[in-house]
Design a protein around this ligand. Structure first.
Ligand SMILES: *[C@@H]1O[C@H](CO)[C@@H](O)[C@H](O)[C@H]1NC(C)=O
Ligand SMILES: *[C@@H]1O[C@H](CO)[C@@H](O)[C@H](O)[C@H]1NC(C)=O
Ligand SMILES: *[C@@H]1O[C@H](CO)[C@@H](O)[C@H](O)[C@H]1NC(C)=O
Ligand SMILES: *[C@@H]1O[C@H](CO)[C@@H](O)[C@H](O)[C@H]1NC(C)=O
Ligand SMILES: *[C@@H]1O[C@H](CO)[C@@H](O)[C@H](O)[C@H]1NC(C)=O
Ligand SMILES: *[C@@H]1O[C@H](CO)[C@@H](O)[C@H](O)[C@H]1NC(C)=O
Length: 554
């Protein structure tokens, strides 16, 4: 880069003394080859992380890596480029020209030099931010209060429960501000159930009542989270299966759609939930149009589901759910459509629209899940362009759910943290406004789950020892949730080198720049991040690391 070529001496001021108030990770080596560490919390101890406000002209960086760093703090100065050079860059802003020059040089090299040259290219990355090119506003990050998560949590002592809530929601935790809650049961319940199971064919829902799971587990966990949180927690609610008498197969799972005579009852089923949770003083911000409608269509899913073909979903939203919500006092509740994998979104949305365009008018956004991401993230940008007024929200993600995932829980896995990070960066760069993990915690076997569909979670609870462990995935989530406050706005980043790093950048409401970077490689990468034509910072990305940098460029 021109600035480096002119030989300006850069003083990189960096040190890693943790701020005094932060408690470090109580590390535990999981004793499995190739795994990273986990951090242990109990009634009297849990590591903390405080966000430090960078002074003007400085930045604060937080690093986690496979080698065992967890939110390690470092500090540096924003550098200023010599004015002459800055002007030159303004005159020749074409990135293509620079890439071409590099290519010319590559033509002249010997074959045996290629690995070394590739290494040089990859270990030296320059990124350029364009703060005036602004995209979506961010709503936040969070996880799900399932029956299983809340039951695991309730097994801990009061003090350990409090440490758990603070580490997810508190000022010294990762400050989650989104929660998803199932309406009734999901597979992460100890038994299948719905509300108003009896009387049979009770379309008027005369016997709708919350269950023990709500009253003793989910609601207390949500309320304690709200008390600990530093911001309003926005709650999204989804139904997995309605009462089975509403379904064509009259079973909790399997191939089934809604019986047409109960279309309005199923809309009312959602209204009743909003009312019951309101009585319990929990406000619901958004509902989705049923969890994973494809599960009630494909034959191999064996947990709570309801199938929706696109035209059926369009008809129900346009004629029942939309008018019911909008004509009620819950008229501000967002309606998020589809709530399934990204590859079905275009077909379902187009199908809904074709059946009844009002279905699209009624929805505020589109909910998308993490699984089966063999379709590139660009599909989300395309959806955003097709439906520009609608938000995109990632409502569910976990590792280990696929039949070919031999390990349901892979304790201490850095790879799983890396995959979360890659996915969050990709989703945010494709217009997603918020990202929710699945179960906030599970037991060490990845349950309970009434159909044995065990999966991994960022926190595992060891009830017998009254402790819980925080896996690398917890820190991956925190690299976003802690440092990207609600109301931040994504800005454009372009690479100015052949090598690159996964990255996403936002401008916070206070006007700082936050960039999250991931180095997936086993080699260190030196990075120059240009914030404007004149200002830049320099960083070293450790091998297999995630780094969040908050920059006060004023
Ligand atoms: C990194 O890139 C700069 C500018 O292109 C170059 O001067 C420097 O030698 C490179 N460093 C390495 C280690 O390749
Ligand atoms: C809780 O964790 C701390 C820090 O690791 C440890 O010193 C303490 O002994 C633990 N307490 C119990 C009861 O295990
Ligand atoms: C900027 O660069 C020019 C040309 O290399 C040099 O003459 C000038 O002294 C530099 N200015 C500063 C403030 O470093
Ligand atoms: C990164 O920069 C540091 C300090 O300038 C240097 O010692 C190190 O060799 C560089 N690493 C790579 C991979 O270029
Ligand atoms: C109402 O539901 C409960 C279970 O929640 C059930 O025991 C009871 O029999 C139902 N009442 C009627 C009238 O069906
Ligand atoms: C939404 O509901 C509130 C509370 O009942 C009411 O005051 C308001 O007029 C409603 N808004 C619309 C657009 O219907």
């Amino acid at each position: 880069m021109a600035c480096v070529k002119l030989g300006i001496v850069l003083v990189l001021f960096a040190f890693t003394a943790a701020a005094e108030e932060d408690l470090p990770c109580a590390e535990r080596d999981v004793g499995i080859e190739g795994r990273s560490i986990v951090c242990v919390c109990n009634a009297t101890y849990c590591d903390t992380i405080t966000r430090e406000e960078p002074a003007p002209g400085t930045f604060v960086a937080y690093t986690s890596n496979n080698a065992g760093l967890r939110f390690a703090k470092s500090y540096g100065y924003v550098q200023t480029i010599n004015a002459t050079v800055a002007d030159e860059e303004e005159e020749y802003p074409e990135p293509e020209q620079k890439d071409y020059e590099e290519d010319e040089r590559l033509l002249d090299i010997n074959l045996e030099d290629i690995p070394a040259i590739l290494e040089t290219i990859r270990s030296n990355v320059t990124l350029r931010m364009f703060l005036a090119t602004r995209h979506q506003f961010i709503e936040g990050f969070g996880g799900s209060v399932t029956d299983s998560a809340s039951m695991n949590w309730r097994k801990l002592s009061d003090r350990t429960q409090r440490n758990f809530i603070n580490t997810y929601f508190g000022a010294k935790g990762i400050e989650y501000n989104l929660i998803r809650v199932p309406i009734g049961g999901s597979d992460f319940s100890t038994h299948p159930y719905t509300y108003n199971e009896l009387p049979w064919n009770d379309g008027a829902l005369t016997n709708y009542s919350l269950t023990e799971e709500d009253l003793f587990f989910k609601l207390p966990m949500i309320k304690m989270s709200q008390q600990a949180a530093t911001d309003e927690i926005k709650i999204t609610a989804s139904t997995w299966s309605p009462p089975v008498w509403m379904k064509t197969n009259e079973k909790i799972t399997g191939f089934a759609q809604l019986k047409p005579e109960f279309y309005q009852s199923y809309a009312d089923y959602h209204m009743r939930f909003l009312e019951e949770y309101e009585k319990a003083e929990v406000k619901i911000w958004a509902i989705t149009t049923t969890n994973e409608p494809i599960n009630g269509i494909v034959p191999f899913v064996d947990f709570n589901s309801l199938g929706w073909w696109p035209w059926q979903l369009g008809r129900w939203v346009a004629n029942n759910l939309g008018p019911t919500i909008r004509n009620s006092r819950f008229n501000k509740t967002l309606i998020l459509a589809v709530d399934d994998q990204r590859y079905i979104l275009p077909i379902w949305l187009k199908g809904m629209e074709r059946e009844d365009p009002r279905s699209i008018e009624y929805i505020d956004g589109i909910a998308v899940h993490y699984y089966g991401n063999f379709v590139p993230g660009k599909i989300l940008t395309r959806i955003q362009e097709m439906y520009p007024g609608k938000i995109l929200l990632s409502t569910e993600a976990c590792e280990g759910p696929m039949p070919w995932d031999l390990l349901k829980v892979a304790i201490g896995s850095w790879r799983r943290a890396r995959r979360y990070t890659t996915s969050i960066i990709e989703d945010l760069n494709n217009f997603v406004v918020g990202w929710m993990d699945w179960n906030l915690c599970l037991d060490p076997g990845g349950g309970p789950n009434w159909v044995h569909n065990y999966v991994d979670a960022p926190i595992l609870v060891y009830a017998d020892k009254d402790e819980f462990i925080k896996q690398p995935m917890y820190y991956a989530m925190g690299h976003f949730s802690k440092f990207i406050p609600r109301g931040s706005r994504r800005v454009q980043v372009a690479r100015r080198s052949l090598g690159t790093l996964e990255n996403v950048a936002v401008l916070t409401p206070k006007g700082n720049v936050v960039i999250v970077l991931q180095n997936r490689r086993r080699h260190e990468v030196n990075t120059t991040i240009r914030i404007s034509s004149r200002k830049y910072i320099e960083l070293t990305m450790e091998p297999e690391s995630i780094k969040t940098v908050e920059i006060n460029h004023n």
